[in-house]
Design a binder for this molecule. Sequence first.
Ligand code: ZN
Ligand code: ZN
Length: 118
Amino acid sequence: MGVTARRDTELPERLAEAGRRLGVALTEAMERIRPAVAAVTEVASRPEVKSVLERAEKMLRRRPCLCLCARTHPADAGICEPFDAVITRPHDFDLLGEIDVPLCAPCAAARAAREFSG
Ligand SMILES: [Zn+2]
Ligand SMILES: [Zn+2]
């Protein structure tokens, strides 16, 4: 019977000890990752990293070139800058009629040259 009685009194102590250990472990873990967190924060504030992030943002804001290169200027289909549309030009979609589509500069030039020559 003595065993049961001892367990009852030991349990709160064990829990307290486990809680203390957990607290220490968490504190140690935090201390260990703190340099990593600081490093990430430091890296994100560096000018070269900032410029990369800004470029990525700009890329996301960019408009895709919706030129149908293979149809509208098959001879120069490879010149397209697919994510750098700078102007819109009306394109004659057979079924939908004329619609303004965003075009990149090389595509716009190729179309103009083709219209001019043909
Ligand atoms: Zn094109
Ligand atoms: Zn293009």
